[in-house]
Ligand binder design. Structure first.
Ligand SMILES: [Zn+2]
Length: 175
């Protein structure tokens, strides 16, 4: 296995700002734990962040959030990227949509993605779909994601994307 950690929308607006949910804050520590394991093993870490323009398709639906250049679009301080991490901007749910993520995963020899971030049933789920279409093996770090609408998201991931659902404390022995 050659894994990468993909951290999706762990931004101020999703954790403490306009689109925060009650559960979102609980994903910070497990995400930090995942980051620590990946750093120690020297596997790549990708932050893929909403960085919206006014005319992005989802803005009428959700209202302005994580607008490019604002504080709300910054990665939550406790888990912010370091020098060697990849930081990509996205404009729709999936971390693959119109971003260089697939190219960067392939040029780094990655065959397995570990997903963390917000929300399990929206951006993380669309990222899982795109990862599945592209042939990546998928792990979701359960305590490092939170769901907004579909709290019963796990069954869908398992049945549709053949995803493995794991806890952050298990990562040490999985990768
Ligand atoms: Zn968005």
């Amino acid at each position: 296995m050659r894994p990468a950690l993909i951290i999706i929308d762990m931004l101020n607006d999703f954790i403490s700002g306009t689109l925060k949910t009650e559960e979102a804050i609980s994903t910070v520590k497990p995400t930090k734990k995942a980051i620590d394991v990946f750093r120690r093993r020297k596997y790549p870490i990708f932050y893929v962040n909403d960085s919206h323009y006014n005319n992005d398709f989802e803005i009428p639906l959700w209202g302005p959030h994580a607008m490019k250049g604002t504080d709300g679009a910054k990665v939550y301080e406790e888990i912010k990227p370091e020098k060697d991490d990849f930081v990509l901007e996205k404009h729709a749910y999936s971390a693959f949509f119109q971003t260089p993520l697939d190219y960067l995963l392939r040029t780094n020899g990655i065959d397995t993605v570990f997903l963390a971030g917000l929300d399990a049933d929206i951006c993380v789920r669309h990222t899982a779909a795109d990862a599945f279409f592209r042939g990546y093996k998928i792990y979701v770090i359960k305590d490092a994601v939170a769901a907004r609408i579909d709290k019963n998201w796990e069954i869908y991931y398992k049945k549709v994307y053949n995803a493995n659902i794991v806890y952050s404390e298990e990562l040490e022995k999985i990768i």
